[in-house]
Design a protein around this ligand. Sequence first.
Ligand SMILES: [Mg+2]
Length: 109
Amino acid sequence: MSRNIDKMINEFNDKYFPGWREWENIYYSNAVAGEAGELCNVVKKSIGGGTKHDLRSPAEFDRDIKEEIADMAIYLHIFALKLGTKLDALIRLKMKELERRMNERRKVK
Ligand SMILES: [Mg+2]
């Protein structure tokens, strides 16, 4: 699955954003943060936060929340590729570390 996503992202970026591999890391970190902000804003509005004049239906909010999650994931994939690795490889490493920490915590109790 991930290989196909990485290939899709590489091809898309090479086609529409040539040179993306040379862009500064801050562009990618800010892009992830920006998409996280958009996600938070949609969730906030879905529970009546903000102006309370948003007329989106629950189904539309659900769709928009999923789109923002995808936006974040895409930027995370791109950032990982830009750094010469793959997002799923980073997640696997981190999950392994989390598993180690949880097992360590169980031993302490
Ligand atoms: Mg977005």
